[in-house]
Design a binder for this molecule. Sequence first.
Ligand SMILES: NC(=O)c1ccc[n+]([C@@H]2O[C@H](COP(=O)([O-])OP(=O)(O)OC[C@H]3O[C@@H](n4cnc5c(N)ncnc54)[C@H](OP(=O)(O)O)[C@@H]3O)[C@@H](O)[C@H]2O)c1
Length: 212
Amino acid sequence: MAAAERGSREERWSLAGATALVTGGSKGIGGAIVEELAGFGARVHTCSRNAAELECCLRWEEKGMRVTVSVCHVSVPADREKLMDTVRQTFDGKLSILVNNAGQHLVKPTVECTMEEYKNVMATNLESSFHLCQLAHPLLARAVGGNIINISSIASSIGFAGSTIYTITKGALNQLTWSLATEWAPHNIRVNSVAPGFIATDMVEKGSKTHK
Ligand SMILES: NC(=O)c1ccc[n+]([C@@H]2O[C@H](COP(=O)([O-])OP(=O)(O)OC[C@H]3O[C@@H](n4cnc5c(N)ncnc54)[C@H](OP(=O)(O)O)[C@@H]3O)[C@@H](O)[C@H]2O)c1
C-alpha cells in the first residue's frame, strides 16, 4: 500500500488506545491481522505453539508497533486460561478486540478420520473459540465497545469433499457468532465472523500436499 494512502487511512481509522488478542498470529492470516491492528495503533498480544516463530513477531516492535507474545496451545483448556491471565495483566483488565484465528485444516477422506483427529480439530478450531469468548467476556465488557471476530471460512457454508471435520468446525463457528452477537449485544460487545476463501498460507500449502 502506498505510504500516502496508508497515511490517510490511519487518520480515519486510528486504533490508538485499543487492545487486541489475536490467536495464531505468528504467520499467515493471523500474522497479517496482528500487523494491521498494530499498524493502526492498537496494542496487540498474540500466541501460537511455536516459540521460535513467535520470537520473529518481535520484529514488529522494532518497527514501533506494540506487540507482545506468549506460547499457547489453544486446544488445551489450561493454556487458554493462562493466555487470558496474561492478557488481563498486560492490558490492565480491558480487551477491545478478540480475534479467534488459530485453526487447523485436516484434509482426509471422512472414513479414514480417527476420533483423535476429530477431537483435535474440534478443540483447536471450535472449543478454543467458545472458551476464549467466555474467558474474554469480562475484559471485553470492561472495554468501551468490545469486539469479537471469529475467523470462519467459505467452507462453513458449502460442501467441501475431504474436509468434513474442518467444515463442521467452521459452520459451528458461524452459529457461535450469531448466538453471541444476539446474547452479548446488550453488554456492548459486537460479534462477527470473517469467512475467507483460499489464501496462500502454510495451511493451504499443507492441505494441497495432503491431497496429492
Ligand atoms: N488460508 C486459507 O485459505 C483460509 C481460508 C479460510 C479460513 N482460513 C482460516 O484462517 C485461520 C488462519 O489460517 P492460516 O491459513 O493463516 O493458517 P496458518 O498459516 O497455518 O497459520 C495458523 C496459525 O495458527 C496457529 N495455530 C495452529 N494451531 C494452533 C494451536 N493448536 N494453538 C495455538 N496456535 C495454533 C499457527 O501457529 P503454530 O502452528 O505454530 O501453533 C499459526 O500461527 C484459520 O482459522 C483458518 O481456518 C484460512
